[in-house]
Design a protein around this ligand. Structure first.
Ligand code: ADP
Length: 401
C-alpha cells in the first residue's frame, strides 16, 4: 500500500510517496516558487536518480498535477496509475484544541481546520489548500490530516496556560499548543523500542534541534510540556527565531525603532536566533566552522543555544521527576556532537554521563551515553513523513472495519 504524504506551504509543496509495509520512500520531491513563471520541480526516485525541472506553475492544482504525472510516469516505474495511491496524509500545522489525533477529512473537519486558521495564519490556509486540491484532482482517494499540535494536547493546564488575564485564553484561545508533535512522537516511540520498554512506561526528553527547534517532556509516553508555545517562536533559540525573551523587550523595541507589528514579527522570526547573534548565518555547520576559526560571535551564538538547551533539559527532568533517556534529533541534534556534548556537560550529578568517544563517532541512530549513565542518551533520526504515512494507513484500516 502506498501513501502520498503532502506538506503544502503558501508557495511550495513537498511530497513523499511511502510504501507502508516496507516504510520505504519510493519517490519524494518539492515544487517551489508556485505562482511564478519559474517554479522549480525537484524530485528523487529511489536513492540515486535526481531531477530538477522548471515550469510555469500558477497554483497548487498545477503543482499537484506535475507531481501526479511524475509518480505515474511509466519511465519512472513508481506507480502504474493513481489507483496505486491508497490515501493522502496531509501535514496540518495547527489543530487548536479540537484535534488530539489524526483524522479522516470530511466537511466537518475542513470547517474545523478553517477555524484554526487564525492560530496559524501562515500555515493552515496553505495546508487546507493542499487538501482541497487533492479532493478536486483525486476525488476517490481519502485524505487524512496529521497535526503538529495534536501530540501535545495531553499537557496539563498548568503547563499550557500563560499568566495573562484568563479571558485571553477563553476569548482568544491564547495558550501553549506546542509544535513538532509528529517528530517528538516518532523519536519517543523509537526510543522506547531501543530501550526495550513499552512506550506507556517510558519517560524521555526529546530535543528536536533543526532550523526550528523544540524540546518536549514526555512522561509515560505522553507530552506533558514542550518549549514552543502559542506559536513556534517560543523556547529554544533557533536558526533565525529568538526563542524565549522578556515580552517587554518587544514593546520597548517597537517604540524605540518605530517598528510596525509586521516588522517586529519579522525581526523576531527571521532576523534573530543564531543568525541575529552571529550577524552572519543561521546554519550550524557554518557557525561551527567560524567558531573553530575564532569567530567570537559564532561562539556566542552556539554557547547561548547550548546553555538554554541545558536549562530546559534540567527543568524538564525536574518536571518529570527524572527520565529514562534524553534524545537528540533533527539536523543539529543528529549531527552536532559539540551541541550534544556541551548541553549535557557537568550533569553527572543528575545521572547523565555522555560517552565522548561514542558521541563523536556516531552515524545514524544509537546510544551515546556512558555505560554507567543512569539516564541514557540517544541519537535518533526523525522521520515525520513516516509518522504521517503510518497514521494515514491506520485511519484507512479503521475506516474499513
Ligand atoms: P529544518 O527545521 O529546516 O527541517 P533541519 O532539521 O534540516 O532543519 O536542520 C537544519 C540545521 O541542521 C542547520 O542549522 C544545519 O546547519 C544543521 N546541520 C545539518 N548538518 C549538520 C552537521 N553535520 N553538523 C552540524 N549541524 C548540521
Amino acid at each position: 500500500m502506498s501513501i502520498l504524504v503532502l506538506n503544502c506551504g503558501s508557495s511550495s509543496l513537498k511530497y513523499q510517496l511511502i510504501n507502508i509495509s516496507s516504510g520505504m520512500c519510493l519517490t519524494k520531491g518539492s515544487v517551489e516558487k508556485i505562482g511564478g513563471n519559474e517554479a522549480i520541480f525537484s524530485y528523487e526516485i529511489g536513492k540515486n536518480e535526481r531531477f530538477k525541472e522548471v515550469y510555469q506553475i500558477f497554483d497548487h492544482t498545477d503543482a499537484l498535477t506535475y507531481v501526479i504525472k511524475s509518480i505515474t510516469n511509466p519511465d519512472h516505474n513508481i506507480l502504474k496509475s493513481i489507483d496505486g495511491i491508497a490515501a493522502i496524509g496531509h501535514r496540518v500545522v495547527h489543530g487548536g484544541e479540537k484535534f488530539t489525533e489524526s483524522v479522516l477529512i470530511d466537511d466537518g473537519v475542513i470547517s474545523e481546520i478553517r477555524e484554526c486558521m487564525e492560530l496559524a495564519p501562515l500555515h493552515n490556509p496553505a495546508n487546507l489548500q493542499g487538501i482541497l486540491v487533492c479532493m478536486k484532482l483525486l476525488p476517490d482517494v481519502p485524505n487524512i490530516a496529521v497535526f503538529d499540535t495534536a501530540f501535545h494536547q495531553t499537557m496539563p493546564d498548568y503547563a499550557y496556560i500563560y499568566a495573562l488575564p484568563y479571558v485571553m485564553y477563553t476569548r482568544h484561545k491564547i495558550r501553549r499548543y506546542g509544535f513538532h508533535g509528529t517528530s517528538h512522537r516518532f523519536v519517543a516511540e523509537r526510543a522506547a523500542k531501543m530501550l526495550g520498554k513499552p512506550l506507556k512506561n517510558t519517560s524521555v526528553i526529546t530535543c528536536h534541534l533543526g532550523n526550528g527547534s523544540s524540546i518536549c517532556a514526555i512522561k509515560n509516553g505522553k507530552s506533558i510540556d514542550t518549549s514552543m508555545g502559542f506559536t513556534p517562536l517560543e523556547g529554544l533559540i533557533m536558526g533565525s527565531r529568538s526563542g524565549d525573551l522578556d515580552p517587554a523587550i518587544i514593546l520597548h523595541i517597537i517604540s524605540k525603532e518605530e517598528l510596525t507589528v509586521h516588522e517586529a514579527n519579522s525581526m523576531l522570526n527571521k532576523h534573530s536566533g543564531l543568525l541575529g547573534i552571529s550577524g552572519n548565518t543561521n546554519d550550524m555547520r557554518e557557525l561551527t566552522e567560524s567558531m573553530k576559526k575564532g569567530d567570537k560571535r559564532a561562539q556566542l551564538a552556539i554557547s547561548i543555544l547550548v546553555y538554554r538547551l541545558k536549562k530546559y533539559i534540567c527543568g524538564y527532568l525536574g518536571a518529570m521527576g527524572g527520565a529514562d533517556a534524553i534524545i537528540f534529533t533533527a539536523g543539529i541534534g543528529e549531527n552536532s556532537a559539540y551541541v550534544r556534548e556541551n548541553s549535557l556537560s557537568n550533569l553527572e550529578f543528575m545521572g547523565i554521563k555522555i560517552d565522548k568517544r561514542k558521541n563523536k563517532s556516531i552515524t545514524g541512530e544509537g546510544f551515546i551515553s556512558g555505560n554507567d549513565s543512569k539516564i541514557k542518551i540517544l541519537v535518533i533520526s526523525t522521520n515525520e513523513e513516516l509518522v504521517i504515512a503510518r497514521d494515514t494507513a491506520n485511519m484507512l484500516k479503521k475506516r474499513k472495519k
